[in-house]
Design a protein around this ligand. Structure first.
Ligand SMILES: [Ca+2]
Ligand SMILES: [Ca+2]
Ligand SMILES: [Ca+2]
Length: 520
């Protein structure tokens, strides 16, 4: 039995390899008669190799190219077949009439949405081209008359180490992904194409943005008022890149006054952890050194993360005074140290102590012990004093300086444990835009991502109202609270008491006692 089986297996293997070899050998033969199109591979690595000779013959007009290749190059032609990561140019090819009716473009895993065919013109979109590594490529143009090679190159601009459109020069948010941060309300989205504006003067202020090129992420002139623009929120994420070069990041930021609510984050693409957070410490409305919406250049040495996959995220979680960002020139690849001020990492830090499932001093019986008041400059009053937080009578209040006071206070870490339910009670916090201005955030340690934001939606004057949160989908993770008062009008003050972050088993609660998560 054994020898017989072995012999049959061997025969099958031989037949299989013969077929495979035959397939390989056949392709060049048939391709030379049908203009070489069938040699295109769907793998980009192989495609790059196999297309190099074709690319050479189609680009060069004086080389002694093979007859079959030059015949092919006269069917699919282009004035510019080189994609430049800086220019983000789309590539357009003409299909000669002799090639018959176009049916599809194949190879490199290209999808229908990656190109446009119209009137014998094939346009490769920048969305597709920006995903390719530098090199020479070939695609197959399939028609009813045959298969024809379309060849192009992707220039080496250190593409894998960079984010596309870091200078917003496409005039829109190409290359970025915007997400809402408040109730999923798209009219409140801060990061929209209309915010990419000419790199000229700032509306209603006789000063230039001071960015590079033609466009910056700015302040749309069509906006009804600065206040309406400030009210918007959102997140704008770049694609992941590998940190290369000398490990420096450079960027230009404007506005972005409150570094707790508006900032640029550097994130680890693998863990999602926030590696660094940068605000705009140069912000000043002093007319002699105006640093409002105009751009200030910064640089950051991230060389400790060389070789790692990172991404950038612009974050706007605030609705008031200069709670928005202007930006330009996000550049992640440098070989010499870039110009700019040294950026200061302002991400929250916690004492590396053992984390328990109850936060420290959640009932405020020890005043502000265990809590840290943010010292971000935006929270200071006109006398440069942080005047929001006090515990005069057993609960936390943000009105040491009256309703006008603003501030952010952060809890100790707690482990999400047991039933995953937590609770607290809120009072006051019923100003005109209370759900955007006076709220509680639950954030995860590491990513510092806000997983839950809620406000005093059942507000009842100075009477406390209980809220329960179900954090059970984050069991085992460490989290913390940020309590925020970001407004100065009547009732723009938040009272907090009785924070309980651990229930061993699910407590008896009505659905109506649950807090509504506003971050979605
Ligand atoms: Ca620009
Ligand atoms: Ca905002
Ligand atoms: Ca206030």
């Amino acid at each position: 039995m054994k020898p017989f089986l072995r012999k049959e297996t061997l025969a099958l293997l031989l037949t299989g390899s013969a077929l495979l070899l035959g397939g390989c050998q056949d392709r060049p033969a048939s391709s030379s008669s049908s203009q070489g199109a069938s040699s295109v591979s769907s793998s980009s690595a192989v495609g790059a190799t196999s297309s190099s000779s074709l690319a050479a013959s189609s680009v060069s007009s004086s080389s002694s190219a093979a007859v079959s290749s030059s015949a092919a190059s006269s069917v699919v032609t282009s004035e510019d077949s080189a994609f430049d990561f800086d220019a983000l140019n789309e590539l357009t090819f003409d299909l000669s009439p002799e090639a018959g009716s176009f049916s599809a473009l194949e190879g490199l895993n290209i999808a229908e949405g990656d190109y446009i065919y119209s009137d014998r013109e094939i346009t490769l979109k920048k969305d597709f081209l920006v995903t390719l590594d530098p090199g020479s490529y070939s695609l197959a143009v399939e028609t009813d008359a045959g298969s024809y090679p379309l060849t192009f190159t992707v220039l080496d601009k250190n593409n894998a180490y960079r984010i596309p459109n870091g200078g917003f020069e496409t005039g829109d948010l190409f290359g970025y992904a915007a997400s809402t941060a408040f109730k999923g309300e798209s009219p409140l989205q801060a990061f929209v194409d209309a915010a990419v504006v000419a790199n000229g003067d700032i509306p209603s202020f006789a000063a230039p943005y001071g960015g590079s090129g033609n466009y910056v992420l700015g302040y749309p002139s069509a906006t009804s008022s600065q206040s309406a623009w400030e009210e918007r929120m959102g997140r704008l994420s770049t694609r992941a890149f590998t940190l290369g070069g000398n490990g420096y990041l450079s960027f230009a930021l404007g506005a972005c006054f409150n570094s707790d609510l508006t900032y640029l984050s550097v994130l680890s693409a693998s863990s999602g952890d926030e590696i660094a957070r940068y605000g705009n410490p140069s912000f000043s409305l002093d007319a002699s050194a105006y640093h409002g919406e105009n751009l200030v250049r910064y640089r950051a040495d991230l060389s400790a993360y060389l070789g790692e996959k990172l991404s950038l995220q612009l974050v706007d979680l605030g609705g008031h005074s200069f709670n928005f960002l202007t930006a330009d020139d996000l550049e992640t690849f440098h070989t010499s140290i870039p110009e700019g001020l040294d950026a200061v990492d302002v991400k929250p830090s916690f004492d590396p102590v053992y984390v328990t499932n109850q936060i420290v001093n959640g009932d405020f019986s020890s005043k502000l012990t265990g809590w840290s008041v943010s010292s971000a400059a935006a929270w200071e009053n006109s006398s440069a004093v942080l005047d929001a937080w006090q515990v005069p009578s057993g609960f936390l209040r943000s009105d040491l300086g009256g309703d006008a006071a603003i501030g952010l206070i952060r809890s100790s870490l707690f482990k999400i444990d047991g039933s995953g339910v937590m609770s607290l009670a809120l009072a006051a916090a019923q100003g005109s835009r209370y759900d955007k201005d006076t709220f509680v955030s639950v954030r995860l340690k590491g990513s510092n991502r806000e997983i839950y934001r809620f406000a005093n939606e059942r507000h009842n004057g100075v009477n406390f109202v209980s809220y329960y949160l179900d954090l059970s989908s984050y069991l085992g993770e460490d989290a913390y609270l940020e309590i925020v008062d970001n407004a100065s009008g009547s009732w723009d003050t938040i009272f907090v008491e009785d924070i309980v972050t651990y229930y061993a088993s699910y407590p008896l609660i009505d659905f109506g006692d649950m807090a509504t998560n506003l971050n979605r």
